[in-house]
Design a protein around this ligand. Sequence first.
Ligand SMILES: Nc1ncnc2c1ncn2[C@@H]1O[C@H](COP(=O)(O)OP(=O)(O)OP(=O)(O)O)[C@@H](O)[C@H]1O
Ligand SMILES: [Mg+2]
Length: 450
Amino acid sequence: MSATVLTALAPAWEGRMVEIVDRLPGIGVGRRCADLADLLAAASAGHGDVALVSAELRGLDRDALRHLGDHGVRVVAASRDGGEDEERRLRQLGIPRHIHLGSPREALVEALTSTETTTTEIAGLTLDPDEPLSDEHPPSPAEGDGSESDATLPDEAPGTVVAVWGPTGAPGRSTLAVNLASEVASSGTPTLLVDLDTYGASVAQLLSVLDEAPGLAAAARASELGTLDLPSLARLAVEVAPRFRVLTGIPTASRWTEVRPAAIEQIIDLARSLAAVVVLDCGFNIEDDEELSYDTLAPRRNATTLTALAEADELLLVGAADPVGLQRMVRAAQAVGQVPSPRPRPVVNRVRASSVGPDPRRRVAESLERFAGLEEVTFLPDDPAAADAALLSGRTLVECAPESELRLAIGRLAALFTGLTPVRRPARRWFGRPRSARAAQGTSQSHGGA
Ligand SMILES: Nc1ncnc2c1ncn2[C@@H]1O[C@H](COP(=O)(O)OP(=O)(O)OP(=O)(O)O)[C@@H](O)[C@H]1O
Ligand SMILES: [Mg+2]
């Protein structure tokens, strides 16, 4: 077996390692890279098939490893003397093979030429479930943050991931994502809501969670460093109600570069073990900016949304019930059909006759079927009283407008993901106040009591 090695090692002992590698049979150093950018460029240009990296390499993270994997470059970790700390850090990142200056010749040849995958695979970054990711947090799901309802599901099937996505124009993605998650949680199913909208995160505000909550940015950073595991994700995902956890979004849109696709993949993967239903509030834009850029290493603005759609099991395509919103929805359905994603379930929000004409449901259903081939449309009513009551109080519809039309419609939709009986409209009493008045009043009701 032969191998051409790209080295990116600590300068203090890089020269010695290069000498050792160059003397191995069939193996040679193709390029000595000065830094990570150099290494990634050499890998993209096909200058080698193995990258030999050390823990000192600045910026080495999962995304970089994925880039190397995508270019068919295997990664082997190297240290001066097999130091445990360096090895552990590189293992946590997902690099399974390790050598050092004193490794026996056969071990060096084996590590640099073996193409066998191990339990930790670079390209897929699948971590060995038996191996603790860090000493501080062994992966005992029960440990979590110690709360009673720390809903980890070690022995159960992985959770279902529902992406809530739709075009620009604020059709109500976040309103639906928040209230769908709250419905599912209040029906007794452990739920995690993740704000992945890197253009305009809003879940923290919608649920009155402190803006400083570390949330997605912290989870992404931990993932890049290889320290994210189930208990640490559970700690970062605030519990806002029983069985209802929330991973808040990035505080300002300018920080989108901190959230890379490999991290999103890992967060979603772990989320499936943390909750039976994972709801993703996605940003609107799915243009693939990689195709527009000559620099394929540059972070991609819309990679978060594209990754979310690719990972999701279910996709709710939300559009607004007015001529502009519906046209955008048709285009969105065409666009999402071009990227890896589940078949969209259309949800038309703010349905009202004044914006669409008489018999709005029939009209909307007909146009969506005719122009986008979308069937089985779910309609959510225009319900400003309920939506505003929720906005104003920073609470969910379950809590502040439990009898509103909007809450009931989202409840019926949520039943799809829980397999439970949909919430029923409370029997109307002829002497009762009009429902809208009750909803606007903001009846307080806790989760699980609806
Ligand atoms: N069914 C509804 N009836 C009345 N108002 C609604 C309804 N759904 C959403 N709204 C309101 O519309 C506005 C936009 O909703 P939301 O923030 O959920 O949209 P979005 O698609 O997430 O927008 P963004 O692009 O900002 O992320 C909010 O003020 C919300 O309260
Ligand atoms: Mg939103």
